[in-house]
Ligand binder design. Structure first.
Ligand SMILES: N#[N+]C[C@@H]1[C@@H](O)[C@H](O)[C@@H](O)[C@@H]2O[C@H]12
Length: 451
């Protein structure tokens, strides 16, 4: 009997989209009165990025935004997740509003709506105003008020046209990369600063949600990157290491936001005396009702005990695994496992997969204008199937944003890794939809039946 094509359709209202971030695609970081961000400074610091790549031009989206929205519409996208640059809106981080910066995002939102594409706006995707970093940035408790002020400017200007807001993108990466290991802006390497940055990020998240409840009338949530940890062996050491890694990456931020507490492993097994005691009112600020959570999923980690600092846990490369250009194992089952874990732990909140995708070596644009990227198509197919499986297990998954719409600036990796379903020629800025974009368009058109 022929398979029922509707058997694999996604639920009615499932939101199909793509994601980007301001610093990674916009370029023109100082245009029209904008102030520098920590990434403007970090990328211009010799040795901090591959080939010294910066966001000075990136995908020139700041100038090409209208054509990029037309491209999204041609692909049939129903939603577009993007971030706003805090220092375009508030060049000094607080106080004076740069109207030209606000106008850029207002025009972008109107164009998206005109094309029938729902905007999902992320307030913070790693590009803290340099002026605030000079005042301590995420290490200064005042940052919660600064962030709420920034969010409020945007809420007042855009709420109603924007109906899905995100406070933070991946706070774990902000702290682990920017404060513990120094691989990302602002490039600090301190076991003592990391918990403080974490806590202030979560206080800022809470303050921004509170401000939204006073101004906004729609939905707001938090986006986290989580990665399932599977023990390499059943030895006590590997099991304990896996538990630590899971608490540090997967439980830490959602527990704070949704349960009003941090996992005990953070103080007892990872940070020790570097983990301060926080006041109860901080937890009350952090734990705000959320309308949804966003999960960014890329890979899993088979975990073993190591002497890594301070986690004492590390990933084991799988001999039979398939790996992406960023060294991440392709493991779609991990997405299903994680979604079920989050449902069971946090009570099946409405959830969006706010990022999922892969960097593979893509061939150049062929003469006939094609970019053949079968590995990326296979990755997307497997992970959308994994989401479908999670939905069948009762998870309330509301949408999927492929990372990324465009090849773009991959932070410290510069332009060396391509995640886009659309190829970008950085010399000419020409956009060319890859085979994966055409495949994704069909998936959207058939609501998943063609996957
Ligand atoms: N690396 N990588 C790809 C992707 C990155 O480009 C995004 O900005 C982050 O939100 C998240 O880390 C994922």
């Amino acid at each position: 009997m022929a398979a029922n094509p509707n058997a694999r359709r996604f639920p009615e209202g499932f939101l199909w989209g793509a994601a980007t971030a301001a610093h990674q695609i916009e370029g023109s970081p100082m245009a029209d009165g904008a102030g520098p961000s920590i990434w403007t400074r970090f990328a211009h610091t010799p040795g901090m990025t591959v080939n010294g790549d910066t966001g000075d031009v990136a995908c020139d989206h700041y100038n090409r935004w209208k054509d990029d929205v037309a491209l999204m519409a041609s692909l049939g996208l129903k939603a577009y997740r993007f971030s706003t640059s805090w220092s375009r809106i508030l060049p000094d981080g607080t106080g004076r509003v740069n109207q030209k910066g606000l106008d850029f995002y207002s025009r972008l939102v109107d164009e998206l709506l005109d094309k029938g594409i729902e905007p999902l706006l992320t307030l913070y995707h790693w590009d803290l105003p340099a002026a605030l970093d000079d005042r301590g940035g995420w290490l200064n408790r005042d940052v919660a008020d600064w962030f709420a002020e920034y969010g409020s400017v945007l809420y007042r200007a855009l709420d109603g046209r924007v109906k899905k807001w995100v406070t933070l993108n991946e706070p774990w990466v902000v702290t682990d990369g920017g404060y513990l290991h120094g691989a990302l802006a602002p490039g600090h390497r301190s076991k003592y600063e990391t918990p403080i940055a974490t806590h202030n990020l979560m206080r800022a998240h809470g303050a921004a949600v509170k401000a939204y409840r006073e101004i906004g009338k729609h939905e707001i949530g938090l986006v986290v990157n989580i990665e399932p940890k599977y023990p390499n062996t059943q030895s006590p050491e590997d099991l304990a290491a896996t538990k630590r890694a899971h608490a540090y990456m997967n439980e830490q931020y959602l527990d704070a936001a949704l349960l009003g507490k941090y996992p005990p492993e953070l103080k007892n097994e990872i940070f020790g005396d570097a983990w301060p005691e926080w006041a109860d009112e901080d937890y009350a600020l952090i734990k705000q009702k959320l309308d949804f959570i966003g999960i960014n999923y890329y890979t899993r980690s088979v975990t073993q005990a190591t002497d890594s600092y301070p986690l004492k846990a590390g990933a084991v490369r799988q001999k039979l695994g398939t790996y992406t250009e960023t060294g991440w194992e392709v493991f779609p089952q991990g997405l299903t496992d994680l979604l079920v874990w989050a449902k069971d732990r946090y009570g099946n909140l409405p959830t969006y997969i706010t990022e999922n995708g892969a960097a593979f070596f893509d061939p150049a644009v062929a003469e006939e204008g094609r970019v053949r990227d079968p590995l990326r198509m296979g990755y997307l197919k497997k992970h959308l199937t994994a989401i479908r499986d999670a939905i069948d297990q009762g998870c309330d998954i509301r949408g999927y944003m492929v990372w990324s719409l465009l090849d773009n600036l991959e932070w410290s990796l510069g332009f060396s890794k391509r995640f886009g379903i659309v190829h970008v020629n950085y010399g000419t800025q020409e956009r060319t939809p890859k085979d994966s974009a055409r495949w994704y368009s069909k998936a959207i058109e058939t609501h998943g039946a063609s996957i």
